[in-house]
Design a protein around this ligand. Structure first.
Ligand code: 4AD
Ligand code: MG
Length: 429
């Protein structure tokens, strides 16, 4: 049994090959039936004719429908007119399942396709995106293993908020109200005192009402935390990680990028180091783009789009005003009101894919910030403890893997990056 990709080879010309998979396209013209078969590795044209098959078999083959599952054997030949350049002339076959009517066809409404996501995700484009996504997840982990980080796991049921109460999902936990995690950051921070450099890949949950092209209520969050790291040290690891992931995609997924018609040059030309721009300078610069932003304004999806359509390389935006970020960020001792943090904004209008920076490691400073934010220090006793026992400077980051895949693939909505997107309006299938 060959995988289709193996069968697309001059080495097997004239030989009998066997493949199994699903009917991708089928077309009959009188005495001949063309079936394009697909498996996880690709597609290949097969031709059924009365030369090799009897009348009954021909009838059976020509009445097959899209997504029926079959196994078949036949001689391989070159056929320049076929989709992938080769053709199997069918000699024998076995049908596993014959469809009555596969519900996915062209020009169907978006809601219908989302309801039928479990079937729609077989499409060639979506398969290509999922292969790229698989490379992205692996490359992220590989990069940090290479840099001597340890992979760790944090809980998803939690009793604290890291990114503010408004986007918390509450869960009934045996009668107690707990939350789904917004970020594993605080747990990663607890682990640097033994492992020093750690990362995790896990879901994060945000009850955000924002209906934008880049928000999911459940997304895949790749987070890292490193002892002794400054804001700049962290950015240096991150940009190398991003470059490494892109290079791995270019190495492993060229065909997939082609299937989704991604302009490869857009990602091939990404260069490190990424430019660092202070928030206040970016606000100034945005005037060049005809934007009307003032110091202190938050940058949301629209603002970042307006800025990043003018860039073809990612940028780090640093030193945001304290008022725009959560309480754990370390204020810059030299520039009151600003914090030692960064967001990584992706080009072509994509905007934020990563946020990170230095964490407060002074006990009193952390307690003050917790109180200023009207949070209860008792809820954060374990996080506060870290500042009492062997506190050290450290930094970390969180990267939205779905958003990274969206940018690498050049997609217009983050929903197109994940098999089962969770949004405000959808939790099925
Ligand atoms: O900027 P955020 O909220 O930062 C944190 O959660 C930090 N605690 C991370 C850390 O330092 N360990 O989220 C980090 C990233 C964002 O830059 C974005 O890419 C992604 O997570 N993200 C989302 N992706 C999809 N849907 C959402 N609703 C997202 N919210 C954040
Ligand atoms: Mg952020």
């Amino acid at each position: 049994m060959e995988k289709i990709k193996e069968a697309l080879s001059d080495d097997l010309l004239g030989k009998t090959v066997s493949i199994r998979g699903w009917v991708y396209r089928i077309r009959s013209s009188g005495k001949i039936t063309f079936i394009v078969m697909r498996d996880s590795t690709g597609i290949i044209q097969c031709i059924a004719s009365s030369e090799n098959l009897n009348d009954e078999q021909m009838k059976e083959i020509s009445s097959l429908t899209i997504e029926s599952s079959i196994e078949l054997s036949g001689k391989l030949r070159k056929e320049p007119r076929a989709v992938t350049g080769y053709e199997i002339s069918l000699q024998s076959y076995k049908i596993y399942e014959r469809n009555e009517n596969f519900p996915i066809a062209k020009d169907l409404g978006e809601e219908f396709l989302l309801d039928n996501r479990h079937l729609w995700l077989r499409s060639r484009e979506f398969t290509a995106v999922l292969k790229i996504r698989s490379t992205v997840f692996k490359a992220f982990a590989d990069y940090f293993y290479k840099e001597d980080y340890y992979q760790v796991q944090a809980p998803m049921f939690v009793s604290t908020a890291t990114e503010g109460g408004s986007s918390l999902f509450n869960v009934d936990y045996f009668g107690e109200k707990v939350n789904l995690t917004q970020s594993s950051q605080f747990y990663l921070e607890t682990l640097i005192y033994s492992l020093e450099k750690v990362f995790t890949i896990a879901p994060s949950f945000r009850a955000e009402k924002s209906r934008t092209r880049r928000h999911l209520t459940e997304y895949w969050h790749a987070e890292g935390e490193a002892a002794w790291y400054s804001n700049e040290d962290m950015m240096a690891d991150e940009e190398k990680m991003i470059k490494y992931i892109i290079d791995e995609v270019l190495k492993n997924n060229l065909e997939d990028l082609e299937i989704i018609k991604r302009d490869i040059n857009k990602i091939k030309n990404i260069k490190i180091p990424f430019e660092r721009i202070k928030y206040k300078d970016l606000i100034e610069k945005s005037k060049e783009f005809g934007m009307n932003l003032k110091y202190g304004d938050d940058l949301g999806a629209d603002e970042e789009y307006g800025i990043m359509v003018h860039f073809d390389n990612p940028i780090f935006v640093t030193d945001y005003p304290e008022s725009l970020k959560t309480f754990y960020h370390r204020p810059d001792p030299d520039n009151p009101g600003e914090i030692l943090c960064h967001d990584l904004l992706a080009p072509e209008g994509y905007g934020e894919v990563l946020g990170g920076g230095e964490r407060i490691y002074d006990l009193q400073q952390l307690l003050d910030r917790i109180k200023e934010n009207n949070l209860n220090p008792e809820d954060y006793y374990w996080y506060v403890d870290l500042r009492k026992y062997g506190s050290i400077p450290h930094s970390g980051f969180g990267l939205g893997l779905d958003r990274l895949v969206m940018w690498i693939c050049g997609l217009s909505n983050v929903r197109e990056t994940i098999p089962y997107p969770r949004t405000i309006r959808r939790v099925k299938p």
